[in-house]
Write a protein that binds this ligand. Structure first.
Ligand code: FAD
Ligand code: NAD
Length: 465
């Protein structure tokens, strides 16, 4: 039996690819999605979901340990807590398996077909799929192709991946705890996983080349995270690079040219990710590129008619929610809808302790664009709700344009800040003004009140500060 010519072929079933396939199927397009691994991509299998599961388990354990140590004064006592990391990883794997299995059902429910195997473009309409079990390859044809092959971790020549040197994928599967863990890179992965392993009991050293942690976030957001990591016992070396491995750890060199050595039985390298552009025929297509990334326009169209690209393959920020949005957009454009990328912001959230959020412009970006702004912060030390918990660190900062008070950006750090990022994003997408935020009745006591309080303060009418 020969395969039909599909309306849409999606290469890769991560957040970009499976969202595209589901939307295309919903729109009545005859759709096939080709995936060589588990459905769900990096995010679901070895990224967002397993990392958040590990972070949650580590935070829960750390809270129990703190109670056992009787250092908090809430009157909770727990005797001799311990953690079985192998059991934690088994639990995490179950969470991932359940969600990944669900994606297959969602794709099928939308009427799209899934084909397992490694796809390789023969031309802009044809993909050869090598089966995973050594069977004969299949040739699939489609009027439109959506490229969604994602990304892979960047390797450092001084510490190549191997037995002791792991990517986040291996680190998320460790069934025993490293005694001394060196984390190279103080960005998203380095801090999320570095903090988690610190809470689980490893002695963690984070080695960051830039002059501060989380260099892609506004500098004001970093001190609470760094403070907490140091409290937990993490060692943080900034302006430092790893120059090689020794039998017992790594050699380092700092910006002032002084060298040192850090003990490590395991090393996690998290210095960024690069688009997955090799091994599937991209070079033969000669699509326009932005550096290593595939260049797209505001409809996710590449330079070749009928070939679209979404997700990490297309550039920064390499985030799952951007990939989801692009995937849906590409399918709707193929279906003939008058859609284009019009979003004001892609929220950035680091699931550190405390969590860090940046939505829209930062004050530094606004000023350098010559925009006159009004701004204010509300600290969680002044929040009734935060005071009823063990954690009142952090703040929410809001910024509006001076002449019309339209909200341009919100940053914040604090417990559960990731959930608040949704409200911040909604405000920006709807063109809210500071007055809209200030006059909305916000339930009390909640951590979300900090957003309203910051807006009130920006208008010069603060209540609780
Ligand atoms: P991917 O998810 O990488 O999916 C690409 C898929 O294509 C893969 O399944 C791959 O097997 C398949 N594929 C590639 N080539 C072929 C081929 N030729 N044939 C068949 N199949 C192919 N983002 C967030 O927004 N929030 C987070 O909390 C977050 N946490 C993260 C934590 C970690 C540890 C990591 C590594 C990443 C995290 N990310 C997070 C980033 C997020 O995972 C990515 O932005 C997202 O997965 C990108 O989706 P994608 O569809 O572009 O690519
Ligand atoms: P990253 O870009 O967030 O951080 C990499 C860090 O490594 C940077 O701080 C950089 O200055 C540093 N660095 C680079 N070269 C170095 C060197 N030689 N020595 C020491 N430090 C060096 O990258 P990541 O943490 O690997 O994460 C990859 C991507 O995955 C992120 O950019 C993000 O898009 C995504 N991600 C998102 C989340 C989230 O949304 N919560 C979580 C994890 C990953």
């Amino acid at each position: 039996m020969t395969d039909p010519t599909y309306d849409v072929l999606v290469l890769g079933a991560g957040p970009g690819g499976y969202a595209a396939a589901i939307r295309a199927g919903q729109l009545g397009l005859n759709t096939v999605v080709v995936e060589s691994a588990q459905l769900g991509g990096t995010c679901l299998n070895v990224g967002c979901i397993p990392s958040k599961a590990l972070i949650h388990a580590a935070a829960t354990y750390a809270a129990v340990v703190r109670s056992a140590g009787d250092v908090d004064s809430m009157g909770i006592h727990v005797a001799n807590p311990s953690i079985d990391l192998a059991a934690t990883v088994t639990w995490k794997d179950q969470v991932v398996r359940r969600l990944s299995g669900g994606i297959g059902g969602l794709v099928a429910k939308a009427g799209a077909t899934t084909v397992a195997g490694w796809g390789r473009l023969l031309d802009g309409k044809t993909v050869e799929v090598a089966s995973l079990d050594g069977g004969a390859p299949r040739t699939l044809r489609a009027r439109n192709i959506i490229l969604a092959t994602g990304s892979r971790p960047v390797e450092l020549p001084t510490v190549p991946f191997g037995e002791r040197v792991a990517t986040s994928t291996e680190a998320l599967a460790w069934r025993t705890l490293p005694e001394h863990l060196v984390v190279v890179g103080g960005g998203y992965i380095g801090l999320e996983l570095g903090t988690a392993f610190c809470k689980l009991g490893s002695a963690v050293t984070v080695i960051e080349a830039a002059d501060r942690l989380l260099p892609s976030f506004d500098a004001s957001l970093v001190p609470p995270v760094e403070r907490r990591m140091r409290q937990l016992g993490c060692t943080i070396l900034t302006r430092t690079k790893v120059t090689g491995q020794t039998d017992t750890g790594v050699r380092t060199e700092s910006a002032d040219a002084s060298s040192g050595e850090v003990a490590a039985d395991r090393i996690l390298v998290a210095v960024g990710r690069a688009p997955l552009v090799e091994g599937w025929g991209l070079d033969d297509l000669a699509l326009d590129r932005d550096g290593a990334f595939v260049r797209i326009d505001d409809r996710c169209r590449t330079s070749m008619t009928g070939v679209f690209a979404v997700g990490d393959l297309t550039g920064d920020p390499m985030l799952a929610h951007r990939a989801f949005a692009q995937g849906r957009l590409a399918a709707e454009v193929i279906a003939g809808q008058p859609r284009r990328w019009e979003n004001v912001c892609v929220p950035e959230v680091a699931f550190t302790d405390p969590e860090v959020v940046c939505v829209g412009m930062t004050p530094v970006q606004a000023r350098s664009a010559g925009i006159d702004i009004v701004e204010a912060s509300f600290p969680y030390t002044a929040s009734g709700r935060a005071s009823t918990t063990a954690d009142n660190s952090g703040f929410v900062h809001v910024m509006g344009r001076r002449n019309d008070h339209v909200v341009l950006g919100v940053q914040g750090t604090g417990a559960h800040m990731s959930e608040l990022s949704v409200v911040f994003g909604l405000a920006l997408e709807m063109g809210a003004r500071l007055e809209d935020i200030a006059r909305t009745i916000v339930a009390h006591p909640t951590r979300a009140e900090a957003f309203q309080e910051a807006a009130l303060a920006a208008l010069g009418t603060p209540v609780h500060i």
